[in-house]
Design a protein around this ligand. Structure first.
Ligand SMILES: CC(=O)N[C@H]1[C@@H](OP(=O)(O)OP(=O)(O)OC[C@H]2O[C@@H](n3ccc(=O)[nH]c3=O)[C@H](O)[C@@H]2O)O[C@H](CO)[C@@H](O)[C@@H]1O
Ligand SMILES: C=C(OP(=O)(O)O)C(=O)O
Length: 433
């Protein structure tokens, strides 16, 4: 088990160039399976989920050349093979399920492993995915260790309207539709920045896709897709995290950000904690004056609140980062996770720091911030952004804290600890139990 030892209390300052967004990299990697032409990806990161997918590609006979120093990946699925009876897909990661369309389109068969749940945030449904695959013509059979999918012939276009705007279901729909026979439309499509980045990549491969960034996607299937050269944008999760680390420690952090147009709601959310975000010349900066303080609403008898839901709401994976600010800022904030039913069970870990946070129900937590905090040993659930939030609180408190089981951070953020240390923090990984 990997634990983080944090010697907190120092104001963090400096500049960070963030890495690419895991949730853009993974669907794009899965999309490369749809083409037999070479693809070059720039900005690929050395994170565990990426390494697992590349391992699968190699085991299926694809050519994979990666240099994590330069961030260049050359992938070519030319002599690729797949046998659903013996080949297995990666587990403990959500994006494994996005390998299915490429396998179905190329080999007429695919698998969904039992554990494609990713972070333990509550229900991670597979039914919306199975429904999409069935609509494109897959026959699905339950086996002892997963689901087996068979497609007789070419995938068939269809029109679909999902129950809710799901990120990976939207991506799976686009992946299936790109090579399907006919024109498909998806209503209630997700439109997060990483979904937009993925759609732009699909267009680069030659997919005929309209409606990028909206809730209605129209895709006309083509006979085959080409290759290309694609550069990833900066990860908005990392941008927000490093800005928040600057703010929570009373420091001065700037982060490279070439897409400030994605940030108005994120900036307003920072402002609720007394943090002003400035975007200038391709860099974003968190500006604080004195101790953090929650902005009081004018409406009487309500709490300041932060609501997370599918884009264009605040992205749910950012919620823990703002909870950390809520613990620190003087005043009360209600955090409302409108997506997951099991993402807030870590409230009790916050109390080990002396924080006052109250779990109202599975979707809502209230922080009563500004209380005196002390260093502590806490345990992270298997949730990337919660491990980070606990680290943020620890970094703001003088003394030695321990974040146990922080390894999920490595699923999304390469060189994370090195980056924070470059801002003046004293944090190290220690292997233990
Ligand atoms: C690899 C990847 O990209 N993972 C992201 C992706 O996961 P993923 O695509 O799995 O997340 P979904 O958008 O499908 O939502 C996850 C779960 O939340 C519930 N749900 C969601 C939306 C809604 O309006 N109603 C509802 O009930 C469903 O049970 C669903 O299974 O999107 C999530 C939501 O932004 C992020 O947390 C994950 O980091
Ligand atoms: C929840 C996350 O990822 P996954 O869906 O892969 O578990 C995340 O990136 O915060």
């Amino acid at each position: 088990m990997s634990n983080l030892i944090v010697h907190g209390g120092a104001p963090l300052a400096g500049r960070i160039v963030p890495s690419a967004n895991k949730n853009a990299i993974l669907p794009i990697l899965c999309a490369t399976l749809l083409t037999a032409e070479p693809v070059r990806l720039r900005g690929i990161t050395e994170i565990t989920d990426v390494k697992k997918i590349l391992e699968v590609f190699r085991s299926l006979g694809s050519s994979v050349e990666v240099d994590f120093q330069t961030g260049i990946l050359d992938v070519h699925h030319k002599s690729t093979h797949f046998d659903p009876a013996s080949d297995r897909l990666p587990e403990e990661m959500r994006s494994s399920i996005m390998l299915v369309p490429g396998l179905m389109a190329r080999f007429g068969a695919a698998r969904i492993e039992d554990d494609v749940k990713g972070c333990t945030l509550g229900a991670r449904e597979i039914d919306p995915h199975v429904e999409v695959f069935e609509r494109f013509g897959a026959v699905v059979e339950r086996q002892s260790d997963g689901l087996l999918l068979n497609v007789p012939g070419r995938l068939r276009a269809n029109d679909h309207w999902t129950d809710y705007a799901s990120v990976t279901t939207t991506e799976n729909f686009v992946l299936c539709a790109a090579l399907a026979e006919g024109t498909s439309t998806l209503m209630n499509a997700a439109s997060e920045p990483h979904v937009q980045e993925f759609c732009a990549f699909m267009q680069m491969l030659g997919a005929k896709l309209e409606g990028l960034g909206t809730s209605r996607l129209k895709i006309s299937g083509v006979e085959k897709l080409g290759g290309g050269d694609f550069t990833f944008a900066e990860d908005f999760h990392e941008i927000v995290t490093f800005l928040a680390l600057g703010a929570i420690t009373g420091g001065d952090v700037q982060v490279k950000n070439s897409q400030p147009e994605q940030f108005p709601l994120i900036d307003r959310t920072f402002a609720k904690f007394g943090v002003r975000i400035e975007h200038k010349d391709g860099w974003s900066r968190a500006i604080t004056t004195g101790a953090l303080k929650v902005k009081e609403p004018f409406t009487r008898n309500i709490l300041q609140k932060v609501e997370a839901a599918p884009w264009p709401y605040l992205p749910v994976d950012l919620l823990p980062i703002f909870v950390a600010l809520g613990v620190k800022a003087e005043g009360s904030v209600m955090f409302w996770n409108k997506i997951y039913d099991g993402a807030m069970g870590w409230t009790s870990e916050l109390s080990k720091f002396g924080a006052h946070a109250f779990l109202s129900d599975p979707h809502r937590m209230v922080t009563f911030g500004g209380k005196p905090l002390h260093a502590a040993e806490v345990e992270s659930p298997y949730i990337i952004r919660v491990a980070i939030a606990l680290l943020m609180v620890a970094a703001s408190i003088p003394g030695r804290s321990v974040i146990r089981h922080a390894a999920p951070i490595r699923r999304a953020h390469p060189h994370f600890v090195e980056n924070i240390c470059s801002l003046g923090a004293r944090i190290e990984w220690v292997e233990g139990d």
